[in-house]
Design a protein around this ligand. Structure first.
Ligand SMILES: [Zn+2]
Length: 278
């Protein structure tokens, strides 16, 4: 038995490194999250062997284990912002990444306001980490074999950043929660675009009916995809209105309209970035 486990470990190490994204949830905003109609665990990157967890919302630990992902292999956990649907499982995922605190390891990246008043991470868990890094506009961060930038602060109710990831083979962007704004597109690019799509139709802000809400709607996604023309766009983080309209049908229509391959993510979907190489 012992020999067998050593053998499988060696086999794992010899696997050619590929770039994959596993979706640990595709639900977004409060009603999808409290009903768990869709899971809400964020997504897990394996980029040339460097594993990174993005936006561990409620249930991330359950989804990660279900998908046989090993938290102790993570090099970093990155939060786009502090909202519950992006951060609720931060503490337990830090605990898992550090093997219950026995192995000091990994870094947490988050905007300053997720770490200051009512921080998303307990202070005793911070000591298990190699470091906590504060995200800022226009900054770049190396992690293992890759690097990512947080090019622009989004317009959202709390400090929020999207990300552009660069690996040896691929560049892709994650447009996290935001209101659409002039100039958003120019900060993102790459062969793949992941877009958090919460609303079907644009709607006014609950606080001020004269301004749009702080989330993207389908017409915004269409505009962004047309402007950036990635090889593939993946929609995720669906609110109730998008879910009721069947995200896969929305994706199909956007593919027809834009000529870009648009995919609606599914809970547990694993996307191999090799698909972008053809
Ligand atoms: Zn949010």
């Amino acid at each position: 038995m012992q020999l067998y486990s050593i053998f499988t470990l060696a086999m794992d190490d010899e696997k050619p490194s590929s770039d994959t994204i596993t979706f640990l949830g595709t639900g977004g905003a409060r009603f999808m999250i409290i009903t768990q109609l869709l899971a809400s665990g964020g997504f897990w990157l394996n980029l040339s062997g460097t594993e990174i967890l993005i936006d561990p919302g409620p249930g991330c630990i359950v989804q990660a284990i279900k998908r046989k992902l090993k938290a102790e292999k993570l090099s970093a956990i990155i939060l786009s912002h502090r909202h519950l649907d992006h951060s609720a499982d931060t503490n337990i995922m830090v605990e898992a990444m550090t093997q219950g605190g026995l192995k000091r390891h990994g870094r947490l990246f988050a905007p300053a306001d997720a770490l200051e008043t009512e921080p998303v991470i307990f202070s005793y868990l911070k000591n298990y980490l190699d470091g906590v890094e504060v995200l800022g506009e226009g900054k770049s961060y190396p992690v293992g074999n890759i690097s990512f930038t947080t090019p622009v602060r989004h317009i959202h109710r709390t400090e929020t950043y999207g990300m552009v990831f660069r690996t040896a083979k691929h560049t892709f962007s994650y447009i996290a929660d935001t209101r659409y704004f002039e100039g958003l597109c120019q900060h993102y690019g790459g062969e793949l675009l992941i877009i958090n799509l919460v609303f079907l139709e644009p709607r006014p802000s609950a606080d001020n009916p004269l301004t749009p809400t702080d989330h993207l709607a389908v017409p915004d996604a269409e505009h962004i995809i047309r402007e950036l023309k990635p090889k593939v766009a993946i929609l995720t983080h669906f609110g109730m209105s998008v879910w009721r309209a069947k995200p896969w049908q929305i994706a199909e229509k956007l593919t027809e309209k834009t000529g870009v391959r648009v995919i609606a993510a599914r809970d547990g979907m694993k996307f191999d970035l090799a698909q972008l190489d053809n």
